[in-house]
Design a protein around this ligand. Structure first.
Ligand code: SAH
Length: 351
């Protein structure tokens, strides 16, 4: 693979362009063009410069390979093709307040959560900062957005991969996606979800990027958590809660827990009481979501009634919580499901 221009910050891009022997103002033109989601061949610069750039850099690091639109709610699911042929997926969810794009941070994942499709084939590789950014730039462009009128207003790092298992690239991406003059999505409009890598959570608290830190909890005891999340053997829930408290201390941002409701596993009233006990008085919010069942796994979703009861228990105990709709379930809305099924359906194509 060649280098990726979108890996660079605006300042670094200036240096790149200068090293090519070009005037500085060209860097600005290139930067704006890239942020608008253009390929190198579509940049509004002299053809000799375009040629010099394409010799060294990837023409289009992330290409929209396929788009699936949910008939239920207009959610769009994207399959992106990377320069080396790998596939990752993303989702665009349309809400009243704006459009939220879910991006991937790795091809596959090595965390091994039992309910998650991203992890079925393990981790293939990390994405670079530019490859994460390009998912957003490509979707913003294809949805008719610009830098002034963005079609993507919010971002969640909840696609394939564990963001904190790709720490440096993810932090670089976050600096570039929030930078003024670019696509400039504010940290407050970004959520990063982690399975709870404690050292990285603590390190991240000091990066000065006050985004919404989201932790996938899915259980109330370490033993139960370890049944579906292997990472629970490395970090205990109490260590995760301490790291969350530290994040709040450093950033003033309350944090969020994801809790996927799995029938017979973590969704009883007793679990709800235990969760409330664990989180009582903490500056946090709980997002409940019913499992989006993955066909390769035997786990089943909790039913609607149990999910609502779970929510009521939390609310009664004074815990801020929402039961989220599972969006785009007709198009393989959950992590890794689309990539997995697509790769299965055209295995020859992607090998
Ligand atoms: N690795 C990160 C981010 C990716 S997963 C993390 O673990 O948080 C994003 C969220 O989707 C996590 O909360 C994850 O537990 C959840 N998730 C994964 N597969 C799911 C499924 N089949 N149904 C419901 N939620 C799922």
């Amino acid at each position: 693979m060649k280098e990726i221009l979108q890996d660079f910050s605006r300042g670094e891009l200036s240096g790149v362009v200068e090293r090519l022997g070009e005037k500085k103002f060209r860097a600005e033109q290139i930067y704006i063009g890239l942020m608008q989601g253009k390929k190198i061949s579509g940049l509004n610069v002299p053809s000799a410069l375009r040629a010099a750039l394409s010799e060294r850099f990837e023409e289009e690091p992330v290409r929209i390979e396929k788009t699936f639109v949910s008939k239920e709610d207009g959610t769009k699911k994207y399959l992106f093709r990377l320069s080396d042929g790998n596939l990752v997926e993303g989702v665009l969810m349309k809400y009243k307040y704006g459009n939220t794009q879910c991006v991937s941070t790795q091809v596959g994942c090595r965390m091994g959560c039992k309910f998650c499709a991203s992890t079925l084939g393990g981790k293939i590789r990390d994405l670079t900062a530019g490859e994460i950014l390009c998912q957003i730039l490509a979707v913003n462009r294809s949805e008719g957005g610009s830098l002034k009128e963005r079609a993507v207003t919010n971002v969640v790092l909840m696609g394939s991969g564990e963001p904190f298992d790709n720490y440096e690239n993810v932090v670089r991406f976050l600096r570039n996606v929030t930078a003024e003059g670019g696509i400039a999505i504010g940290a407050r409009n970004i959520s990063l979800s982690t399975c709870g890598l404690v050292p990285e959570m603590r390190k991240f608290a000091q990066e000065g990027i006050p985004l919404n830190l989201t932790v996938s909890l899915h259980a109330t005891t370490d033993e139960e958590r370890a049944r579906t999340m292997p990472i629970a053997k490395r970090y205990r829930i109490c260590e995760i809660l301490d790291a969350c408290a530290y994040y709040f201390e450093q950033t003033g941002r309350r944090y969020i827990f994801e809790y996927t409701l799995i029938s017979g596993e973590n969704a009883d009233e007793a679990h709800a009481e235990a969760l409330a006990g664990l989180l009582k008085g903490k500056p946090c919010h709980v997002n409940l979501i019913r499992l989006n069942a993955v066909k390769e796994r035997s786990l089943r979703a909790a039913d609607e009634r149990d999910a609502r009861k779970f929510l009521q228990v939390l609310e009664r105990q004074g815990i801020s919580a929402t039961l989220r709709r599972s969006m785009g379930s007709d198009i393989g809305g959950a992590c890794g499901q689309l990539r997995a099924s697509y790769m299965e359906s055209c295995a020859d194509d992607v090998e």
